[in-house]
Design a protein around this ligand. Sequence first.
Ligand SMILES: Cc1cc2nc3c(=O)[nH]c(=O)nc-3n(C[C@H](O)[C@H](O)[C@H](O)COP(=O)(O)OP(=O)(O)OC[C@H]3O[C@@H](n4cnc5c(N)ncnc54)[C@H](O)[C@@H]3O)c2cc1C
Length: 484
Amino acid sequence: MTTPTMPSEYPEELSGNVLGGGDAPNSLLEALHAQHVPFSIGETERADHGRDWWPLSIGWVAKGEVPSFPGVVVYPRTVEDVQLVLRTANELRIPVTPQGGRSGVVGGAVPMPGAIALDLTHMNAVLALDEISGTVTAQAGIFGPDLEGFLSPRGLTTGHVPQSFDLSTLGGWLACRGAGQRSNRYGKIEDIVRGLSVVLANGDLVVTGNRGPRQAVGPDLNQLFVGSEGTLGVIVEATLVVRHIPKHHEQAAYQFSSFADGLEACRRIIQRGAHPSVLRLYDETETKRNFDVDECALIVLEEGDAGLVRASMSVVTEECSGATVLDPLLVDRWLAHRNDVSALAPLWARGIVVDTIEIAGPWANLATIHQRVVDALLAIPGIAVASVHQSHAYDDGACLYFTFAGYPEGDTTDFYRRAWDVASEAVLKAGGALSHHHGVGRNRARFVSEALGDAYGVLVAMKDVLDPNHILNPGVLGLSAPPW
Ligand SMILES: Cc1cc2nc3c(=O)[nH]c(=O)nc-3n(C[C@H](O)[C@H](O)[C@H](O)COP(=O)(O)OP(=O)(O)OC[C@H]3O[C@@H](n4cnc5c(N)ncnc54)[C@H](O)[C@@H]3O)c2cc1C
């Protein structure tokens, strides 16, 4: 069984700089004890469950600061355990933050001080496999390697492989509306999910979907919980589509003289109906950093039935005919290093502020969004780098994934907030979406009402109905508590 891996560890002695916390009430602990639901009120476990991979919290941890002390960490083993925790929390009005691998990078798994940190990683069993239909059902706390470790000896895969594959869980993928690195072929998590079991704030269990590939019986209730970031219910089980592991692969790499030219090629490829599993375009900075090549590199990997792969790659070849052909082994270089996440924490420990901002936008606006975000970031004193790549492409647009890094001249948190303010403002003004796959968490909560416009009221109304006491993950997704 995989266990969560965190980017930085607390020093042996926590500094006095604890940002807040409170003890769990005895009535809660007694209820957990009476029903044999495992929990811990140890300081180290509470501190560790008070943070996730939000880069700002990496910096806090490195300094021994605890972003938020939950009152108790609860480790449910069964759906009934989760129901008991939520029923009791709802009666006592105690906030609850569901947690998977805590690999979220926007602070969504950082609980309120004194809250229940609901660590779901012990609910990690595969429950059913339907090899004829091609679906697998598992508990929400299962990590990527454990789920794929069950499927791959049977020749199957979900195809959902985020960069955080080793660090994240099925429930976290769904709750954040995540995207895997091969999503052009397999779809994002919302395309792959077929059914959910969800415990609501009052402890009731509901099952959504689970009746085949789709149904026209009102809105798709699976999608109500996909992307809800622990604010509308706790996902305890999910059914996903599985595919046969592809036997045939082809790869290619090209060099474009500008990012805009490369984006145009990506658009033409996708709009002609080819959906190569990986179609990633890097700007000059990231091309140099990742591949030691000049200008802008596009790497392409296609997989599946040999005939389909050949057809898809012939579209790629035609649409990249104006670009310089690079060594296809650049794709192997990307494959070898794509999940290496060791660089991040040491940078924060050295006082360098670094983060990534993934957004989506229509093809018609992408070049503008790119330019405005980079310009806005570089205008901040102390920002040293603002770079971008395109990582997920659709018929009508794509995801742009920015990276910024700098040395704050004043307060680190102010510097960090400013970078997010200017970048998010630039994206929203240019018609882009606030997030493509990391979600909102705490970090982006202050932008949600603008990002959703009038529809924000619909989200608030759903919250009021499903969680009238607002116990589920307050402060996340711009709901139930003032934004960070
Ligand atoms: C190095 C790195 C690379 C990454 N690459 C990708 C990537 O390629 N694609 C991508 O999509 N994301 C990526 N991420 C972001 C992150 O891994 C994903 O958001 C992931 O889906 C989070 O899963 P988790 O199990 O760690 O969830 P957590 O971080 O524990 O939780 C995230 C949010 O989901 C909620 N939640 C968790 N489990 C449940 C549940 N069972 N029910 C209800 N709510 C729940 C939490 O309350 C929180 O709001 C990356 C992160 C890192 C650190």
